[in-house]
Write a protein that binds this ligand. Structure first.
Ligand code: CU
Length: 103
């Protein structure tokens, strides 16, 4: 571990403090966010998630209801699961378009 310290120090000096990772649009479109399933409303294809920041929606962490498209995505998760998911704003409705249990 010790041998890395000079390299990390060099990087810290070389990297401007305001530098942010640049996410290309293609990667952003498929970006996965983290959350926990709080409620599943299969009849209405809706899902309540307590989620972390969603970079592609510029949304901070919160608990909220999402639409789920396609509704079959709900078959892969249950209440209490930690999940990774992708959400998009589709015609003004925040919609989960991919979801999987987190490892
Ligand atoms: Cu939210």
């Amino acid at each position: 571990m010790k041998k890395w310290i000079p390299l990390l120090a060099a990087l810290a000096i070389a990297t401007p403090i305001h530098a942010q990772p640049v996410t290309p649009p293609a990667a952003e479109a498929s970006a996965m966010s983290e959350g926990v399933v709080r409620k599943i409303d299969a009849a209405n294809a809706r899902l309540t998630l307590r989620h972390g920041p969603i970079a592609n929606l510029d949304m901070p962490g919160m608990t909220m209801v999402f639409r789920v498209q396609p509704p079959e995505l709900l078959d892969a998760v249950k209440v209490g699961d930690k999940v990774r998911f992708h959400a998009e704003d589709i015609n003004g409705a925040f919609t989960v378009t991919a979801i999987q249990p987190a490892p």
